[in-house]
Ligand binder design. Structure first.
Ligand SMILES: [Zn+2]
Length: 306
């Protein structure tokens, strides 16, 4: 579905935690609180829509923005962001963006529903911008509770990857440095933690009681033939049914989109992004245990030639 960005948004701010959340994260929340979300730009109420896992249309937020809201122009911004640099260190970036991954207690993600006692106090910093000009880059920085909004920003703004990004366990500090594509034609050791990514293969994921495993289009090749693909194993023994459904859904939707898109010969693919540990004995295998550290986006990844 093409989203009408004047009223519909892929992400919003969770009023309770102050975090940017991506609409597809709504799949994971058992009792979605419709009062809890606001526009990232203007603070207007953002109403969750189409978030039942069985809906054909993907989840989104609907909002009636205030007049000067910059998020309502986000589709335009993202379209422009794929062609040129939008901000600078000096002037800042023209929209709020996630600059930090903050992993907090699971209860933040699995909401306790309307009227429930929330375990975390609201954050005062990083709230939505309601004033006009004069906003600095610092005030546009937001934290994210999963890698998903971060990956979306990485894809949408390829010329602005100088933007700050802080991820636990990762030593590098900008979008360009934190993300690393797994080698397409070579099996390598990756000792330094990064947000790794590669296109998913079309074969269906492997599911067992203990884990879920996805093969990627990269790894050891003989000529063009992939003989040792990188694999991501997601240990899910301890996960609830809704968490499993969420992750499976997300990957399946993207995998099917990619298969359907192939005929059109575009550069869009189902990219899997993850923060995980490479297996000590098997370079093809990466281990992921936390659902917040994996996401799949069907899109094109542009690396500008400067
Ligand atoms: Zn708005």
């Amino acid at each position: 579905m093409e989203i009408d960005y004047r009223t519909q948004m892929e992400s919003a701010i969770d009023k309770v935690t102050g975090e940017i959340i991506d609409a597809e994260q709504l799949w994971l929340i058992e009792n979605v609180d419709k009062e809890r979300y606001i526009c990232r730009g203007c603070g207007a109420k953002a109403v969750p829509a189409s978030y039942q896992p069985e809906n054909v249309v993907r989840p989104y937020f609907r909002s009636t923005h205030n007049a000067d809201c910059d998020v309502s122009g986000e589709a335009k911004l993202a379209a422009r962001g794929r062609l040129e640099k939008l901000g600078s260190k000096l002037t800042g970036f023209p929209a709020p963006y996630p600059s930090k991954l903050v992993l907090v207690d699971d209860r933040v993600v699995v909401d306790d529903g309307p009227g429930g006692e929330h375990p975390l106090p609201p954050r005062t910093r990083g709230g939505p911008r309601v004033d006009g000009g004069g906003t600095t880059d610092v005030q546009r920085k937001r934290s994210a509770g999963t890698i998903r909004p971060i990956c979306r920003t990485f894809i949408n703004y390829p010329y602005d990857r100088y933007l700050d990004l802080s991820v636990p366990g990762v030593e590098t500090k900008t979008y360009a440095q934190v993300f690393k594509k797994l080698k397409w034609d070579e099996l390598l050791s990756y000792p330094d933690q990064r947000i790794f990514y590669a296109a998913m293969r079309w074969s269906p994921p492997l599911r067992t009681d203990d884990y879920f495993e996805v093969s990627l289009d990269g790894g050891g090749r003989e000529g063009k033939k992939l003989i040792q693909p990188y694999r991501i194993r997601i240990a899910w023994t301890a996960w609830s049914k809704s968490k499993r459904t969420y992750v499976c859904n997300e990957l399946e939707v993207a995998r099917k989109d990619a298969i359907a898109e192939a005929e059109k010969k575009t550069n869009k693919k189902a990219y899997l992004f993850f923060l995980g540990q490479q297996d000590h004995g098997d370079l093809t295998l990466f281990h992921v245990t936390d659902h917040r550290l994996i996401c799949c986006l069907f899109d094109e990844v542009i690396w500008p030639k400067f």
